[in-house]
Design a protein around this ligand. Structure first.
Ligand SMILES: [Zn+2]
Length: 92
């Protein structure tokens, strides 16, 4: 498979990553997440997530991956650059 630096891969981060997976240097990488305006609940890769439809409004926030990993929505996909360190450390 050929890849360019600008290519994005959509990855379900919530299933391969759990708080038990050692993150190393990926823990400081910011990922863009969508969360309900209350700030509670799961972090989502897309504002279109079914789970977010009941939320009154949705905020977009950047979260360090090390913090986000415990709250990742298991069904959402995140667009990541194909050369992202997160992809390299993912048990995908
Ligand atoms: Zn979601």
């Amino acid at each position: 498979m050929s890849s360019t630096r600008d290519e994005l891969r959509h990855v379900t981060l919530g299933s391969p990553f759990t708080p038990e997976v050692p993150l190393g240097s990926t823990r400081d990488i910011l990922i863009t997440c969508h969360v309900s305006a209350t700030g509670k609940g799961k972090l989502h890769g897309s504002p279109e997530c079914r789970t977010l439809r009941s939320a009154a409004s949705v905020n977009q926030i950047d979260v360090p991956f090390g913090e986000a990993v415990a709250r990742l929505c298991p069904s959402c996909r995140w667009p990541l650059p194909t050369d992202s360190l997160i992809l390299r450390s993912a048990p995908l």
